[in-house]
Design a protein around this ligand. Structure first.
Ligand code: FAD
Ligand code: EPU
Length: 338
């Protein structure tokens, strides 16, 4: 089939911030052959960017180049005694995939229900929520090397997963296109209700022996209360990562702010809640031109209506500056800037 290259396309429907910027070219990828075609045309030697559902990107200017949008679909499973290996194509919507697994009683990703985005992006920042992270269920992925034109397999140990990070976001940033991901899930559910408000919600709903579907439903309800729905208020979830600090830095902060939320990490490090730091600087619920900070979660920057990417970027700079001044902590963006 002839390669379909669309030109001068608005990116507004393709990013959850709802930013109005254009791309010179857009190519939809529905299968692996299309990637080989793109390679043969030399497009990977030009400026390109791989996009899933656009739920973790901020466009700050027109994109001069090729947006490669992953749209391939398909899910297959292979049962091996208590486990199941489920392989999904990159363009599958993550939450639909979660519910496909729940309906088949495949456990392990129910706590990550309602995270926006695609399967193909899930390993990139090692998505995580409500007590789990992708790395605990990741088995392997197939990826296309845009430098050599070959398909290769990444096993879990190849991916350097850590909090909101992987080799696809660091060493190999922009090089490999993930075409499908295989997850190792369990046919014997181990319910994980220890994080945050899950237990309290279950009690409120009189659920004493939750199923994996109950967990996904409860997590989804908590998320809807805290986070804005991108279909009505543009956003990309947490704009910054939670900072991980040394024991010395944490002790300094705790002496000054005894109620500071914190979570122990390996190597004597401590994770702080960026939302709390930002709220302490007075930013929660604040407007900044057409941009703003979400009223229920200060870690989420929003497009109030017609914000430009530049406006949201400037707000993020202001927040970084204020947090640095008050706490001497430098926040790092989670969202990918373009
Ligand atoms: P995109 O935003 O399109 O791309 C993100 C990055 O991945 C880009 O660098 C892109 O180049 C790369 N990429 C995308 N697809 C591929 C591919 N196939 N191969 C190689 N690289 C690729 N994240 C969490 O971890 N936990 C949360 O709880 C969470 N909550 C959120 C809530 C809201 C309301 C929103 C809007 C976002 C939230 N996010 C959360 C962030 C987002 O959902 C994830 O980062 C998600 O994995 C992004 O998927 P995407 O398909 O939209 O990726
Ligand atoms: N907090 C505040 N004020 C705020 C927001 C949070 O004080 O405005 C405090 C809370 O009271 C709590 C702590 O900060 O003590 C943590 O808050 P929350 O449980 O809401 O989680 P988070 O650390 O802000 C992280 C992820 C989310 C994920 C949730 C649930 C990051 C950067 N964010 O948020 O992921 O859904 O935990 O697991 O790690 C995303 O990555 O886009 C995202 C939404």
């Amino acid at each position: 089939m002839e390669l379909n290259i669309q030109s001068n396309i608005s990116l507004k429907p393709f990013n959850t911030f709802g930013i109005e910027e254009k791309t010179s070219f857009l190519i939809e990828v529905n299968d692996n052959e299309t990637l080989t075609q793109i390679f043969k045309k030399g497009i990977f030697q030009e400026n390109f960017f791989v996009l899933g559902a656009g739920s973790n990107v901020l466009f700050t200017k027109p994109f001069e180049g090729y947006i490669i949008r992953m749209n391939s679909k398909g899910i297959q499973s292979k049962i091996e005694s208590d486990h199941v290996y489920v392989t999904a194509k990159a363009g599958e919507i993550w939450n639909d995939f979660v519910w496909h697994c729940i309906k088949n009683n495949y456990a392990g990703i129910e706590n990550m229900a309602l995270i926006p985005g695609t399967v193909g992006a899930s390993p990139v920042q090692n998505i995580g929520a409500y007590g789990t992270e992708l790395m605990y269920v990741f088995y392997e992925c197939e990826a296309f090397d845009t430098q050599t034109g070959e398909f290769t397999t990444f096993k879990k140990q190849d991916c350097d997963f850590s909090y909101r990070d992987s080799i696809f976001k660091s060493k190999y940033k922009g090089r490999f296109i993930i075409t499908q991901v295989t997850y190792k899930l369990s046919r014997i559910p181990h319910i994980n209700s220890s994080y945050g408000a899950i237990e309290a919600e279950l009690t409120k709903e009189n659920i004493s022996q939750p199923t994996i579907a109950d967990i996904a439903n409860v997590v989804s309800r908590i998320r809807v209360e805290k986070l804005p729905d991108p279909s009505t208020v543009g956003n990309a979830g947490s704009f910054f990562k939670n900072p991980i600090v040394s024991e010395k830095t944490f002790k300094r902060l705790q002496a000054q702010y005894p109620t500071i939320p914190h979570y122990p990490m390996p190597k004597n490090q401590t994770k702080l809640a960026a939302g709390w730091l930002i709220e302490q600087c007075g930013w929660k619920g604040k407007e900044y031109g057409q941009a703003g900070v979400w009223k229920n979660q200060a870690l989420v920057l929003i497009n109030r209506q017609n914000a430009t990417g530049q406006e949201i970027y400037r707000l993020s700079e202001q927040i970084i500056c204020d947090v640095k001044q008050k706490f001497d902590i430098i926040l790092e963006r989670e969202v990918n800037l373009l």
